[in-house]
Write a protein that binds this ligand. Structure first.
Ligand code: ADP
Length: 469
């Protein structure tokens, strides 16, 4: 400020001096005075013009200039320009930072598995993420500033939106929902700001399906238990009220034992399933020898086939062979239970005199295949996709008569999956069925990989001749 004042005075002094000097040759005192005054006024005006032009230049720079350039460097205007430039740059940096944060924020919302949609006070879409676009069949660019009520035509949503009571969650079909593949959305609007709305949507199809399955499961279990329980209660009442002779009493008690056994099998299978669901994945070190598995299956299969025959002789032609020596890595009890279920089904559903073959072999890609084939009634193709559903039965009465629970194949599939394997079912009605479990190579331990066993004691039995690769 001092320099500005000083330069103004200096200009005027110089102007006055110049005016005096220019008129000093006239030798008239009045002319010299007028010349000096004129010099002062003219230099003042020149200083003012120059100063104003610098001010105008600065104003122009402020209006359209580039903040990275310096409009002027010296004087008061130079300092004003420098300070303005710094202020502008600080603002620009703040704006860039806010932009970056906004972008980060929008990217986070974009990555959200839930749909997020922002509406202005008129119900027009201000922003939406891709998930919301997919849920409502919208286009994240094209539909901006469109009225949401015009784009989402579901009647449930229309009345929810119109009532403007957003305290509860709305469940509505998703845009891609079809009768064959229903998609369920949970939608809620949240008011914020001045009349604006935040819409959150999530795909609850899986949750709804799980809930429906849980309901079905509870209903099925109750039904399965209620039937034998009702029969048992009836027999108990009969025993209590009727004067029965010994023979009749024994007959009723045998029927009661049958029903109790049925309930026991059901509870056992339910416990197996719940253990499978709740326990960690099977070990990847422990295993069971294929030959042990096959001989255990043979023992149980022959026993079951004999039990089903009044003469107590196996009523089927049974063949068990292991073409694979080595181990299956996993939980032995689960493996036995799964394969045992397949053998038990084959025995229970194949009529007397039928042929049942159980075989273990190594596939070309080092996977292990266990197959159980029978010459039973076979299964019509339309039932095959649903066979592993809990309580799904093709022949309900045959299943019950032979002590089936409807959970066997569900257990088999679960065990196979827990071991990284798969269950494959092939069946021809009237000819028979083949159930195969294929374990991945990672679950197969071949003899060369097995830890060396101690040398056989003299007289120890030779290796199982049936076990060969
Ligand atoms: P269940 O305890 O009733 O046998 P599963 O889950 O083991 O239940 O089997 C489901 C249904 O698949 C059975 O009810 C039966 O109708 C059919 N099924 C299973 N194995 C065979 C088979 N080997 N031959 C014919 N039908 C079979």
């Amino acid at each position: 400020m001092f320099w500005r004042f000083f330069s103004f005075i200096a200009w005027q002094l110089l102007g006055g001096l110049a005016g005096w000097y220019a008129t000093s040759f006239t030798r008239a005192a009045t002319s010299e005075l007028v010349g000096t005054l004129a010099g002062v006024v003219l230099s003042g005006a020149a200083w003012f013009l120059m100063d104003t032009s610098r001010g105008v230049r600065l104003l122009h720079w402020l209006r359209v200039g580039d903040a990275s350039e310096v409009a002027m460097r010296t004087g008061l205007w130079g300092e004003v320009s420098d300070r303005a430039r710094r202020l502008i740059r600080a603002r620009e940096q703040m704006t860039q930072e806010s932009q970056r944060r906004l972008q980060d924020f929008l990217s986070a919302l974009q990555a959200s598995p839930n749909g997020v949609l922002l509406l202005d006070a008129n119900g027009q879409i201000e922003w939406l993420n891709q998930t919301a676009a997919a849920h409502f069949g919208l286009d994240a660019q094209r539909d901006l500033m469109q009225h949401l009520g015009n784009l989402v035509r579901d009647p449930g949503f229309a009345s929810y939106f119109a009532k403007r009571d957003f305290r509860h969650v709305l469940t509505m079909p998703g845009r891609e929902s079809t009768p064959a593949r229903p998609v369920k959305l949970s939608v809620q609007l949240h008011p914020y700001g001045e009349g604006r709305l935040l819409l959150l949507s999530s795909d609850i199809t899986a949750v709804e399906q799980a809930e429906a399955m849980r309901r079905d499961f509870v209903a099925n279990v109750s039904h399965e238990i209620r039937t034998p329980l009702t029969v048992l209660a009836g027999f108990v009442e009969t025993l209590q009220t009727l004067p029965l002779n010994d023979e009749e009493r024994q007959r009723y008690l045998a029927l009661m034992a049958q029903q109790a056994e049925r309930m026991q099998s059901l509870v056992n299978d339910l416990l197996v399933l719940s253990r499978l669901e709740g326990s960690p994945l099977p070990s990847d070190t422990e295993g069971i020898a294929v030959s042990t598995l096959i001989s255990q299956l043979e023992q149980d299969g022959r026993a079951l086939s004999a039990v089903m025959n009044p003469s107590c002789e196996p009523m089927h032609e049974l063949k068990f062979e292991s073409l694979l020596s080595g181990e299956i890595i996993g939980a032995p009890s689960e493996l036995l239970s799964a394969l045992g279920n397949l053998v038990s089904n084959a025995v229970r559903y194949t009529p007397s005199g039928g042929k049942i073959e159980v075989r273990a072999r190594l596939l070309a890609d080092d996977r292990a295949e266990f197959s159980v084939s029978d010459t039973g009634p076979g299964i019509a193709p339309e039932h095959l996709p649903r066979l592993t559903e809990r309580f799904y039965r093709v022949d309900r009465s045959r299943s019950r008569d032979t002590g089936g629970t409807g959970l066997g194949l569900a257990i088999v599939k679960h065990v196979a999956q827990r071991h990284g394997g798969e269950l494959i079912i092939d069946s021809t009605p009237g000819k028979g069925s083949v159930f195969r479990i294929i374990f991945p190579a990672s679950r197969v331990r071949l003899p060369k990989e097995l830890p060396a066993s101690p040398p056989a004691a003299p007289g120890a039995s030779a290796p199982d001749p049936a076990s060969s690769r």
